[in-house]
Design a protein. Sequence first.
Length: 277
Amino acid sequence: MRSYLEDNLTSVRLVASDMDFTLLADDKSMPGDMPGRILALEEAGVLFAVASGRPLYTLQDLFGASCGHMAFVSDNGGAVTCRGEVVFKDLLDEAVLAELVSFTLERAPEAVPVICGLERAVVPAWGRPHDAALRVYYHEILYVDDIRSARVEANKFTAYFPENNSAAAYGERFAPAFGERLSVTCAGVDWLDIMNRGVDKGVGIARLCDHLGVSVSDVVACGDTDNDAEMLETVGHGYLVANAEERMERFADFRIPSNNERGVAQVIDAILAARRA
């Protein structure tokens, strides 16, 4: 697979990156001086966007003052915001949420069901022992005694698999039950995400491009795993980090250095250099 160094970056107008194992290192740390890079991109006429399964409130906590200078495709495309403006949001029907909760409790008892509300995640009280793992992605969590009776506006449902068997659960249980009417995807070995059909990172990026008046052909997108596939296929420059599995190469155009080598930061620097040339 070709290196991103062979790509022509002069026309790039938007850079979108996944978070976990793409922008973030294995230890969840951010590349150095991301605020400076985000501002430099903006000054060069290029917008930086994060495309993540994480909710908006968690992403905003991570980027702080940079939020007004960037865009977010959060909850795998369930919500899109740009420089603080809501561009799009999508809600799961209450009956669908109830069905997903019941299915997880009954058919995947090894998993922790999580209702991804717009302002907080709702988790059954018995899932509290996994709080540290959950709170990496959901900074606001409400623990409830009976999650079946929870009523909350949510744009995503997710299940956390402490045994790292989300792929098996996807193929054997969740995809057969919901794949034809909902968007079901693995978000790593321990997470399985479900949104309304037609909601994914690729559609979210396309909505952001429509808002900006930018062609998807002038977008760089960086990712590593299944929930990045549609995004990598949608854009003109699909970049796969070196730490991604080989099976993901069919969705991307180029390889970039790994997350621990700060590959996304290197791509940003290359785009800035191309804009200055």
